[in-house]
Design a protein around this ligand. Structure first.
Ligand code: FUB
Length: 321
């Protein structure tokens, strides 16, 4: 089946599409998450299936695409669906992925079937392209575990990060930013859920780290305001204290969300995000895109403009074909 999809995709230009933003036409995709592994970049997305006049997200599955050069992308299929989580009602919203001890851990938003509201599940696989299975058999975070707001969608958008000392952190949230440590098994929280006051925070928290001036600098990026723009803060540890650094990507014109993921691949730096610039795109028919950028010498991120051209070719000699 996967082979047939790949052939079909080749014919319609998806299987090894030339990178020009937005990526992955004719699919509508959203909420990028990125893993670099074996010299190859794996870009995970949600899939928007709303009709042109749709009034809400229709999202049942996640997709994964991979590239050795940021220009040619291979459709790796559907690594998991909302139905992978038997306790979920559906709604395959934003996700994030990390590799630990040779396994791939996928944290994702889904609506819970019995605990009202959205929740976070964790799935695991031996391969970045799946198939993934539910790692717990139950939600990791449910709406009733957090009390800062009454809204049903405040426990969405997990962003996972494993620090060099092996400690894993999960950030998530809508309206209120939250985080918790994860145990080494990656399937249990390790300590209390902490709320982080961030002015204008909406959603899509994403933690990454770089070495700047010989020291680790932590970047916590997120969507702020609505319609959303991408902002970030920096800090000396995975839990701050955080210094606001401002806006790095402008809001979209055809959808109110933007959902970023920062990553380095083969010596260059990138941000993945979504807009709705594919033909027929709109609020619930979004499309993932990628931009290359360079950090300033002091580690700060410059304002990044959305482009139609997308990244330059960056062939990775280490890429496992
Ligand atoms: O895709 C559904 C929701 O829209 C995500 O969870 C948010 O980040 C926003 O992009």
């Amino acid at each position: 089946m996967k082979k047939i999809l790949t052939m079909a995709a080749l014919v319609c230009g998806l299987g090894m599409a030339h990178a020009a933003n937005p990526l992955f036409a004719p699919l509508y995709t959203a909420d990028p998450a990125v893993l670099v592994d074996g010299g190859r970049v794996y870009l995970f997305t949600g899939r928007d299936e709303a009709e042109p006049e749709g009034k809400d997200y229709v999202m049942h599955e996640w997709r994964v695409f991979s590239s050795c050069d940021m220009v040619n992308w291979k459709d790796e299929g559907i690594p998991l669906k909302a139905t992978t989580f038997a306790w979920a009602k559906g709604r395959a919203w934003a996700s994030d992925i990390v590799k630990r001890n040779g396994k791939y851990w996928f944290y994702s938003t889904v609506e819970h079937a019995t605990v009202p509201g959205f929740s976070v599940g964790v799935a695991v696989s031996d391969s970045p392209t799946g198939p993934f299975v539910d790692a717990r058999g139950s939600a990791l975070i449910t709406n009733d575990m957090t009390k800062q707001t009454d809204i049903a969608w405040d426990d969405i958008d997990p962003g996972v990060f494993v620090d060099d000392d092996g400690q894993a952190y999960l950030y998530w949230g809508n309206t209120v930013l939250k985080y918790a440590k994860l145990k080494a098994n990656m399937t249990e929280l390790d300590g209390p859920i902490q709320a982080v006051p961030v002015a204008n925070f909406v959603e899509a928290p994403y933690l990454h780290k770089r070495k700047v001036g010989g020291k680790g600098l932590y970047y916590l990026s997120y969507s702020q305001h609505f319609p959303e723009e991408t902002a970030y803060m920096t800090g000396p540890s995975p839990v701050g204290p955080w210094s606001p650094q401002g806006v790095v990507m402008e809001r979209n014109t055809k959808t109110k969300t933007i959902h970023q993921a920062f990553f380095d691949f083969n010596g260059r730096s990138y941000v993945a995000y979504h807009n709705a610039e594919l033909p027929g795109g709109g609020e619930f028919r979004r499309s993932v895109a990628v931009e290359e950028f360079s950090y300033r010498a002091d580690g700060t991120i410059p304002f990044i403009h959305q482009t139609k051209a997308g990244p330059r070719a960056n062939p990775s000699a280490a890429c496992k074909k």
